[in-house]
Design a protein around this ligand. Structure first.
Ligand code: GLA
Length: 341
């Protein structure tokens, strides 16, 4: 019996920077997805207690985006990219809220890849998952979600350079906790908004070169007002990733708070991926004693907010909420010989 587990992720800061090779600061979390079953046959067949229909994917699947039900597309994306020589039959169980912005799809892709036989480095597992996600959803997403899931480190957040794909673990201080609050709003990433934002970033790069290297003066010279604001978000957000990583290392609460608040404002005003519900939730969280900072996390348009809080601080709000802990990366927990890794 094979068991493959992959965590979800929450991003502390650095949103919409990965698709231009920028900096991100996610952590793998102790909510995730387990795929259990055995290899064999010529389809990958998975059942889930939270899905009415199973995913049944032939090994020669041609177009993952055309597969149904919808959740089977992510399974099909992995099958199409990895082309495992034999099928798999089993089940999927998750502790992640699905579609809430905690990378339930990345956790599914990464767990399925390990279950059906991916064997290699975390960065290659992440690249495979990213390609699968792009084919399944049609969204030109970056690599953050799959790389965080593949390379999580217990008790650490991950400072990731999305150009070199170097992952630098940064300890999460003992006196801090990460709290995720679900806004309850759901918006499919596949809406054209993500692709439009990514295209605006590409337009900026065509004019002024890599946004990773660009200065605010370069950005100010962009002619198109919308492209200029999108680029301003990315360039300033890359700097805020360094600011928050440094704040975590030194314990500087004011600097952490400032980075998170400025990130949310920039995602709201310049990148325009926030919503009124997210803005109100961030305001409410930020006003609470013991909350150092809060912001929307992930792609935006709904989903979750993330807050850094003093350990044990009460967070008296009514929305669904998780105190998440930095988790290790995806792993194969057993194979047919019963071996453990
Ligand atoms: C989604 C994408 C990621 C990243 C975030 C925003 O989660 O899958 O690649 O772009 O949005 O930071």
């Amino acid at each position: 019996m094979i068991r493959a587990w992959a965590p979800g992720r929450v991003n502390l800061i650095g949103d919409h920077t990965d698709h231009t090779g920028g900096l991100v600061l996610p952590m793998a979390i102790d909510l995730g997805t387990m795929v259990t079953g055995s290899r064999g046959g010529d389809v990958v067949e998975l059942r889930s207690p939270i899905e009415p229909e199973p995913a049944i994917v032939p090994l020669d699947v041609a177009d993952p985006a055309a597969v149904s039900p919808g959740w089977a597309r992510y399974v099909a994306g992995i099958v199409a990219e990895l082309r495992p020589p034999v099928g798999f039959s089993g089940s999927v169980d998750t502790t992640l809220p699905v579609g809430a912005g905690l990378s339930s799809s990345a956790a599914l892709e990464v767990a399925v890849a390990l279950a059906v036989g991916f064997d290699g480095a975390a960065v290659d597992l992440a690249r495979l998952g990213q390609r699968a996600e792009q084919r399944a959803s049609g969204v030109p997403c970056g690599i953050m979600d799959q790389l965080a899931s593949a390379s999580g480190v217990v008790e650490h957040v991950l400072l990731i350079d999305c150009t070199s794909l170097e992952v630098q673990p940064v300890p999460l201080p003992d006196d801090l906790e990460v709290v995720v609050v679900d806004s309850g709003q759901r918006r499919e990433l596949a809406t054209s908004a993500y692709a439009e934002r990514a295209a605006a970033c590409q337009a900026a790069q065509a004019a002024i070169g890599s946004l990773r290297e660009a200065t605010m003066a370069d950005v100010a010279g962009l002619n198109d007002e919308v492209v200029r604001r999108r680029a301003r978000h990315v360039v300033s957000e890359n700097a805020r990733v360094d600011q928050l990583a440094a704040g975590l290392a030194s314990g500087d609460r004011a600097s952490m708070a400032d980075a998170m608040a400025a990130s949310h404002r920039s995602l709201r005003d310049d990148f325009e991926v926030s919503t009124q519900v997210l803005d109100e939730l961030v305001d409410r969280l930020t006003s609470l004693d013991g909350v150092i900072g809060a912001r929307l996390t992930g792609a935006g348009f709904g989903g979750c907010t993330v807050a850094l809080v003093e350990r044990g601080a009460a967070v008296p709000i009514s929305q669904p909420m998780w105190r998440v802990h930095p988790s290790g990366g995806a792993q194969l927990l057993g194979d047919s010989e019963g071996a453990r890794q």
